[in-house]
Ligand binder design. Structure first.
Ligand code: SAH
Ligand code: SF4
Length: 383
C-alpha cells in the first residue's frame, strides 16, 4: 500500500465570486440565515469592505468563521493612468503574465466603467488589438466584478464622496463577454442587485460580436442593454472583419437582435460600426446597411448606429476613416431615418480608447517586461 498524501492548499473562498443567491447558499453552509448574507453582501459591494473585523453588525462568531474560511480579494493593480480628459485606465494582473484593463470615463451626467471579460479574445477581429493577441483565459465572476468593486470604491475615496460615482457599466473592455457566459451572468446580477451596485438594466450594456445562442440566453437570464458589433453590411466583408460571422451570419444575427427587443430594457439595439478607411466606410456600404436593417423591425426604428472611428494600433495594417467619410456615412444613415451617433474618442493619449486595450497576454508582445517596468502605481490626486 502506498502512503496517502493529502495536499492541503490554504485557498480561502473569495466572496467576490458570489452573486447574492450564491452568497446566501454559502452562508447557509456556515449555518447562517439569508439576511446575514445580505448584510455581508452590502458590506462588500456597497461599502467596499475587505476586512471582516470591520463588519460590526455581524456576530463575532460569524466574523471569526469568515476570517478562517473566506476572503474578499480584488485584483492586483499594475498601473493606473489618467488622461488629460479625466479618463482613468487601470491595468490589473490576473496571474500567469496576463493582465486586463478597465477604463473609467467621466462625463457631465454620468460615470461609465468599461469592463473586461476575458484575458485576450478568441474572436480575432482584424481591427481590434485584443483580437490580435489571441485568447488566454476567461475571467471568473469575481475578477469581472472586482474591476467595478475596485474602481467604484477607489473613485469615491479619490473624489471624496460617499455617493455613487459609476452610474453605467459597459462590457466593452477586453474579451467577448458572451464567450464567458457562465462567469458573466453572476457578475451582471451583482451590478443590478439593489444590495450590490443597484444599476438599472438600461445602464448596464453587454457588447457582443454576435454569439447568437448566448444572446438568446441573455434575453432570458439577464436582459440588460445590448450592443452588437456589426462593422460590415454584408457577409463577405463581415466574414473578413469579424470571423465569428462565418458561424453566425448577418441574417441570423439581425433576427436575434430583433427578437432580443422583447426582453431589452430599451426599445432599440445599438450597432457598433468601426469606421475603417476604404474598407467599410463608402456610400455603398451605408446603402447596404440601410437596406439590411430595413428588413427587420416591421418598419419601425428599432436600432441605433454608433460609428466608432478606428483607433489604430501597431500591426493592424488598417487606417481610420477621414472625418469627411465618417460625416458622410452618418448623414446617409440619418437621412434614411436611422439614429446615428459618432463615438467621441476618450483617453487616446493613454491608449484607453476602444480597441486599444492591450492588457496583453504572456508570450505575445512582451507583456511581462512591460508590466515589470510599470509596477509603480501612479495615483493622481484630485485637482
Ligand atoms: N468583444 C465585444 C466587446 C469588446 S470590444 C465586442 O466585440 O463587441 C468593444 C467595441 O470596440 C466593439 O464594438 C469593438 O468592435 C470596438 N473596437 C475594437 N477594436 C477597435 C478599434 N481598434 N477601434 C475602434 N473600435 C474598436
Ligand atoms: Fe474580441 Fe470584441 Fe476585439 Fe472582436 S472586437 S476581437 S470580439 S474583443
Amino acid at each position: 500500500m502506498g502512503i496517502m498524501t493529502t495536499i492541503t492548499t490554504t485557498s480561502l473562498t473569495n466572496l467576490l465570486n458570489f452573486d447574492l443567491p450564491g452568497l446566501i447558499a454559502y452562508c447557509q453552509e456556515l449555518g447562517e440565515k439569508p439576511f446575514r448574507a445580505t448584510q455581508l453582501f452590502r458590506w462588500i459591494h456597497q461599502r467596499g469592505a475587505t476586512d471582516f473585523a470591520q463588519m460590526t453588525d455581524l456576530a463575532k462568531s460569524l466574523r471569526e468563521k469568515l476570517t478562517a474560511q473566506a476572503r474578499i480579494e480584488g485584483l492586483k493593480i499594475l498601473t493606473q493612468q489618467e488622461s488629460r480628459d479625466g479618463t482613468i485606465k487601470w491595468l490589473f494582473d490576473v496571474g500567469d503574465g496576463n493582465a486586463v484593463e478597465a477604463v473609467f470615463i467621466p462625463e457631465d451626467d454620468r460615470g461609465t466603467l468599461c469592463v473586461s471579460s476575458q484575458a485576450g479574445c478568441a474572436v480575432g477581429c482584424r481591427f481590434c488589438s485584443t483580437g490580435h493577441q489571441g485568447f488566454s483565459r476567461n475571467l471568473t465572476s469575481g475578477e469581472i466584478i472586482a474591476q467595478l468593486w475596485f474602481a467604484e470604491h477607489f473613485l469615491r475615496q479619490h473624489l471624496q464622496t460617499s455617493e455613487r460615482v459609476i452610474t453605467n457599466v459597459v462590457m466593452m473592455g477586453m474579451g467577448e463577454p458572451l464567450q464567458n457566459y457562465s462567469a458573466l451572468v453572476p457578475a451582471l446580477k451583482i451590478m443590478l442587485d439593489d444590495h450590490g451596485y443597484g444599476l438599472s438594466r438600461r445602464r448596464v450594456t453587454v457588447s457582443t460580436s454576435g454569439v447568437v445562442p448566448m444572446m438568446e440566453r441573455l434575453g432570458q437570464d439577464c436582459p440588460v442593454a445590448l450592443a452588437v458589433s456589426l462593422h460590415a453590411p454584408n457577409d463577405a466583408l463581415r466574414d473578413y472583419l469579424v470571423p465569428l460571422n462565418k458561424k453566425y451570419p448577418l441574417a441570423e444575427l439581425l433576427q436575434t437582435c430583433e427578437d432580443y427587443l422583447q426582453f431589452a430594457p430599451r426599445d432599440f439595439v445599438t450597432f457598433e460600426y468601426c469606421m475603417l478607411d476604404g474598407v467599410n466606410d463608402q456610400p455603398e456600404h451605408a446603402q447596404q446597411l440601410i437596406d439590411l436593417v430595413r428588413q427587420y423591425g416591421n418598419g419601425k426604428a428599432w436600432c441605433k448606429l454608433n460609428l466608432i472611428p478606428f483607433n489604430p494600433f501597431p500591426q493592424s495594417g488598417l487606417q481610420r476613416s477621414s472625418n469627411a467619410a465618417v460625416q458622410r456615412f452618418a448623414q446617409l444613415l440619418t437621412q434614411a431615418g436611422i439614429v446615428t451617433t459618432v463615438r467621441k474618442t476618450r483617453g487616446d493619449d493613454i491608449d484607453a480608447a476602444c480597441g486599444q486595450l492591450a492588457g496583453d497576454v504572456k508570450d505575445r508582445t512582451g507583456a511581462a517586461d512591460r508590466m515589470a517596468k510599470q509596477r509603480t502605481i501612479r495615483i493622481h490626486r484630485a485637482h
